[in-house]
Each structure stands twice: as C-alpha cells, then as structure tokens.
Design a protein around this ligand. Structure first.
Ligand code: 3H9
Length: 696
C-alpha cells in the first residue's frame, strides 16, 4: 500500500504527516494522500484545526522533479492547495529542513506557517530553469512584499527561519518539538479566535507598489542578473508583475502556462539533467556506504603559490587547520600576503566579516619545514607542474607523512600512477585537481589511480564536500576530463584564427553560446606565458599564442595579449590582427569568412568527440560527470546542460558526420569520430541513454 501521508489526532487537532523519503517530494501518491487527509480532517466535525508536517529530515522539498515531462496525474498540486484554501478551520504548516518550491507553495495554502529554528525556506525553481508553478509567484509577494519576494524568486536562494519570521513568511519559530509546538500554536489560534485570512486574499503588502507600478521595475532592476540566453528569469518577472493588476485566480492560471512552457523546454530539461548529474557524480562505482572515509582534522598543502594558497584557504574557510609549506621564506611570505589580501577583498565585498579574517588566518601554519606535514591527515602537493619535481617531493612526503595520511597531488595533467610509484603506499595516493582560483571554483576532479584504496577515494570525496566543492571522480590520462577536452578546443581555436577569424569573433561566438568568456580572453586572464612555457618544454608550437608571448604579450598582467587592456576591459588590437594575418600568409593558409555557426561546431564538436573517448576509455563514469566538470570548472552554460547533454540535443549523427568531414578536409586524424560516437550515431542513441545502459 502506498501510504506516504498519514492522519492522526491530538485531541481536537488533526496532524497530517508527509513521509516520503528522502525529501518528501510531492509525487503523485503524496499529493493524493495530502488531498485525502485534508478532506477527511475538513469533514470531521470533531477536528477544529489541522497541522501539516513532514517526517524525516525535511518538510517537502518541492515537486518530484522526476515526474516532470511525464503525463500529469491528478490531483495537481494546485488542486491540493485549492482544497486547503477552502478549509474554514485553522490550517498550520509546521516546517523544518528545507521547505522548497512546491513544498513552500503548499504551506502558502495554509493560514499559518510555523518553523523549526534551522529551517531554510525558498523557491529554487529558477535553478531548474523554471518558475514556481503552484501559486508561488503570486502568494510569496502577498506574504512578504515584492521587495523581498522578487530576489527570493529570481535568485532561488532560500532564507533562514529568522528572516522568514521578520518578513512575515512564517508566523512563529518553534524551539523544541515542532509538532507539539504547532499543535499548541493551533490551540492558541482557536482560543484567541484569530481571523483566518487566506494568503490569496492578503493584499496589504502589495498596496504600495500597486499605487506606483514604476517601483516594480526598480525592484526588478536591482535583482536581475545577467541572464544572457535564459528564459526562466524573464518568465518569473512577467509572472510576478501580475500581482500588480491581475486577480489571483487568473494570475495563477497564467503562471501555470508559463511554468508548463518552461518545463517542456530544452533549457529546463538541461538544468534538471545537471541537477541529477551532480548527485549521480557523488556515487562512485565500488565505493558503497560500507566504505568509511578516514578522519581529516588537519591538512597540509605544499606550495604557497596561486594554487597552493587557494587550496589551503578552502580548509581554513571551514575551520580545518592547515599547514602551508614553501621552500623559501620569501615565497611563503608572498603566498600568505596573497591569502590575507584575498580575505580582505571578501570583507570589502561584504561576503566575510572583518573579525573572521583573523580567525581564519589563525588556522594557517606557514612554514619552510617540510617536516611540519607529519601531523596532517591529508597532504596536498601543489608545486610546479613538472614530473621529476613532483616525484622527488613525493619520495620525501612518504617518509614524513603519518601512516594512513591521504597523499594527493594537485596536478592538472600528469600521470598520478607514476607519481604514486615513488612511494611505498600507492593506495594512499590520488589526484585532487583544483581549478583556479582554487578558493572560488567549485569543481574538484578527483583522480583515481590504479592502486588508490577505496577509503582514500571516499576520504577525498568527503573532504571535497566538506570544503564545499563538487567532487567528480576521473581516471588517469593526460589532462583528465576537463583539460583534455579543453586542449581539443584550444587546437581548433588557433586554427580558426589562421583560417580567417579574429580573437573577438571566436570569443564572441562562445559568449553568445553562453560561456562567460571565450578561449582567447581566458588565455589572457590565465597568462599566455603559462601555455607557451609548457609547450616549449614539450617541443610544440602554437603559432599565434607563442608569437604573442615572444613579444612579451602575456595577457592581462602585461596589459597586452590577444587584446589590449585598460584595467580589465579588453579591446581588439590592430597589431594582433596584423600578426594573425601575417601568420596565415607565412603558413600559406588562405583566409576566408568564418561564420559563428562554424566557430561553435569547430570548437565544441571536437570536445564532444574527446568526451566520447573519455567515456569509452572509462576515464569518466558517466556522460553526466563530464557535464558537471564543464559546468563547474569551465562555465559551460547550465541551460545547455553541459557538452555531452548538449550534443544529445544537437543529434549525435549530425556531430559525427561533421567531425568526419572535418577530419577529411583537414587531414587531422584527431577529428575522426570516436568509436562510441559512431556507434551511438548509428543507433540513433544518446550519451545519456548510454550511461543508463551501462548503469543497468
Ligand atoms: C517545484 O517544486 C515546482 C513547483 O513550483 C510547481 C509544481 C507544480 N524531486 O540533494 P540531495 C533527491 S520544482 C525528486 O543529495 P541534500 C535527490 O536526487 C522543485 N528528487 O540531498 C537525491 O536522490 P539520490 C523545487 C529529489 O540533503 C535525494 O533526493 N525544489 C528532489 O544535499 C537527496 O538529495 C527543488 O528544486 C525533488 N524535488 O539536499 C529542491 N529533491 O539520493 C531540489 C531531491 O537518489 N532539491 N531529490 O541521489 C534540493 O535542493 C536538495 O535535494 C535538498 C536536499 C536541499 C532538498
């Protein structure tokens, strides 16, 4: 029997409990259960008030996202809320955990809301490319006013219970037993004969803006972010605007239309794919719940450069003491000064309290003595990207680190197994590849070596989550998932310049696609000299980037690179254009017009091809893992779902055929479609379905 909702009594108060683990999502059986229980309590003359609550770790965290796109089954959430609206007895939602989305909308069908102190309440639909679809855009503004409702809906960020109380979203905070407190609240309402005003009938908080509609645009302007290409924010604004002049029943119908359009659209599908992909990435084959992570109370980071400094900040930020080691005092001093400056910048931006800077800095132990790593439960090496240097260091680390310490390298390309070989504890070694700036970027590639012990992998995943990263497990290969695919893109970007495009054309096409920046702006930001030095070591040459570097044009830090800089603002440079045209002539490449469409195909299809190879080689477990890497490491637009999901939407046959032509035209074998891409294209399959086949 499917009974996720139950009804019990505490004297004259009916208590409806929703029990649908893990997050009480409003799947069909839950909606039906709530509806039946509400009707039963409404029709029972001995019931004088109704409390609705959730079992387990949270009140309802929203609609069941897995039901989107399937045929709707009545009752809809709107119908459940409409039933609640008509109840003439006090209705009280008693919430804890994260009442979100449809869960919060359900509470707004009640007369009152009471919350446990640690509750966080919100309408996060925008993060799934949606808007609230069961009255949220109309009811939240009625409860808290537009000044508060607009940012909550446009950001999707939840607010803590105490702010919700101040805003009028909840009526009381209950310390101690939530349900007992809610029942007591219900009895108080009955005793005081409080007026039972439905949320849908509350208009007081809308009066001011209704009288001066220009104010609405002012509020929106304050909170609207750069929403290039995104449909949901515009729909949310249109829906909220209806609170100014449209009767609520009619407005809710329109809200529903907007919601249905978005839920059936490609953008929300892509964002929902990423929601589940991110959670799937946490599931590592062979690492079940029985594998317990090792305890990490102290960390050590070797290298106080840009990466080492950023990595160690992650630990201090969550209260874990961190030893930071450099081989000379000057470099250590510079590193610590940068860390302090970064914290001061956060204070200026308002994201960190001034008094917390000292607390965080106190967690650092800066030292030039490698011996100081001996107490650390995890040691992360973040020195120069050079195999002999790393091997020499690991040979030393293994002699000092305590038994059972996790030994991680932050290499971005190198072979983790080769590094592990210099130690006698291969099982303790793995890669933890952070992305720059390491204190900001959320992605953490965890590189599983061939001998990495399961509990070491589990520890790295747990540490990743503790320091608020999104960890994705990858296998050993040159560049792992992210940088290996990035290289495929970089090669084509340079070729496009020689064939006729300019940096601004290539970057422009990619920003229009939705990336925060294109490859040349990114090179200028990271420093053109970085790639140039590494290519020199490997004996390879990128004609244009290397010519720029030879002229001392290292990018933003020298004020000149692919672009000319004033501060951070870039403008095209005729000298660069000349350098590019000269290079085309010198190399005998005939320049032509390159369309935006060609730029996208030439840059992203080879990445998809490389992604397919990564999948068939088992470097990534699922195509969704690759999408998560690109979302959090490289700013792939969320509403396109990541490169592999996007490829599925374009059609794998189209991509395969284009790559095949490209390989023939250019003679570049790297463009020959990967075997997996060929197979899926022939079968009219998708990367997503391939992942599901494998999982089954
Ligand atoms: C909506 O409500 C639309 C309405 O306006 C209109 C309707 C008409 N559905 O994240 P976790 C699963 S849109 C289905 O690891 P945490 C999740 O996949 C919805 N499944 O836990 C995972 O499964 P698994 C608006 C869901 O403690 C498991 O639960 N609501 C849903 O770190 C645990 O999740 C949202 O957008 C769902 N709604 O975080 C809230 N939510 O174990 C989305 C979770 O198999 N959810 N699952 O991998 C969240 O933000 C977080 O899950 C939450 C818990 C904060 C609740």
């Amino acid at each position: 029997m499917d009974t996720p909702v139950s009804l019990r009594r505490d004297g004259n108060v009916a208590i409806i409990t929703i029990d649908n683990p893990p997050v009480n999502a409003l799947r069909h059986g839950v909606r039906k259960g709530i509806q039946n229980c509400v009707v039963a309590a409404r029709d029972d003359a001995s019931v004088e008030a109704i409390v609705i609550t959730g079992a387990g770790r949270t009140f309802v965290a929203g609609a069941d996202i897995t039901e989107f796109g399937k045929p709707p089954q009545p009752p809809s959430l709107i119908e459940v809320i409409a039933t609640l609206d008509e109840v003439k007895k006090p209705t009280i939602a008693a919430v804890h955990g994260t009442p979100l989305g449809g869960g919060l909308e359900l509470t707004m069908g009640c007369h009152f809301r009471v919350a446990a102190p640690s509750t966080r309440l919100g309408l996060p639909e925008i993060k799934l490319g949606l808007i609230p679809g069961a009255g949220g855009t109309q009811r939240l503004p009625r409860l808290v006013g537009l000044e508060k409702a607009v940012p909550m809906i446009l950001s999707g960020e939840p607010i803590p219970a105490k702010d919700a109380l101040a805003a009028g979203l909840v009526d009381a905070i209950i310390e101690g037993d939530l349900v007992a407190g809610a029942v007591a609240f219900a009895r108080k309402v009955l005793a005081e004969k409080r007026a039972l005003t439905r949320v849908k009938d509350r208009d007081e908080k809308l009066k001011e803006v209704r009288a001066n509609p220009a104010k609405f645009d002012e509020i929106v302007a304050q909170h609207v972010k750069k929403t290039r290409g995104l449909q949901a924010p515009a729909a949310a604004i249109d829906a909220i605007r209806l609170t100014l002049d449209t009767p609520i029943d009619e407005a809710q119908k329109k809200e529903r239309e907007f919601f249905l359009k978005l839920v059936g659209g490609e953008q929300s599908k892509a964002q929902r794919h990423l929601f589940f992909a991110e959670r799937d990435a946490a599931k590592v084959p062979g690492i079940g719940k029985e594998v317990k992570p090792r305890e990490v109370k102290k960390a050590a980071v070797i290298g106080a450069g840009t990466m080492g400094g950023g990595i160690s900040m992650n630990f201090a930020n969550v209260g874990i003491p961190v030893t930071i080691v450099e081989n000379n005092a000057d470099a250590l001093k510079r590193g610590m000064a940068t860390i302090e400056k970064n914290y001061q910048t956060s204070v200026q931006r308002g994201s960190l309290k001034a008094e917390d800077v000292a607390k965080r800095l106190a967690l650092f132990t800066p030292t030039t003595d490698l011996g100081a790593i001996k107490d650390a439960d995890i040691v992360i090496e973040a020195v120069f990207e050079n195999m002999p240097i790393k091997k020499e260091l690991f040979a030393k680390i293994e002699k000092i680190a305590k038994p059972g310490a996790v030994l991680a390298t932050n290499t971005s390309y190198l072979n983790v197994d080769e590094i592990a070989q210099v130690t006698h504890r291969h099982g303790d070694v793995l890669g933890m590849h952070f992305f720059s700036p390491a204190n900001v970027m959320k992605l953490l590639e965890i590189v599983r070596g061939k001998d990495t012990a399961p509990d070491v992998l589990a520890t790295a995943m747990a540490v990743g989550r503790t320091i608020r990263k999104v960890p994705v497990v990858v296998g050993v290969c040159h560049g792992f998932v992210g940088n290996r695919m990035l290289s495929a893109r970089g090669i084509e970007a340079e070729k496009l310049l020689l064939e006729g495009a300019l940096p601004q054309d290539v970057d422009g096409a990619l920003t229009e696609f939705g990336f925060p920046m294109g490859p040349f702006a990114m090179s200028d930001l990271a420093g053109i000299d970085v790639g140039w030095r590494s290519r020199k070591e490997r004996g390879v040459r990128n004609e244009i980037a290397d010519s720029l570097a030879e002229q001392g044009r290292f990018g933003q830090k020298t004020g000149r690179g692919f672009y000319l800089y004033e501060g951070r603002s870039a403008r095209p440079d005729p000298e660069v254009e000349k350098l590019i045209v000269d290079a085309s002539v010198r190399l005998g490449v005939k320049r032509r017009n390159v369309s935006k469409e060609e730029i996208i195909e030439r840059l992203i299809y080879p990445m998809v091809n490389e992604g397919a190879r990564i999948l068939e080689e088992g470097i990534a477990t699922r195509s969704g893992d690759i999408d998560v890497v690109w979302l959090y490491g490289y700013g792939f637009p969320a509403w396109r779902g990541g490169p592999m999901h996007w490829a599925d939407t374009v059609g794998l046959k189209k991509i395969r055929d284009r790559l095949h032509r490209l390989a023939q035209e250019s003679g570049d074998k790297r463009h020959e479609p990967a075997a997996l891409l060929n197979r899926l294209a022939d079968e009219s399959g998708t990367f997503d379905s391939y992942g599901q086949q494998k999982a089954a």
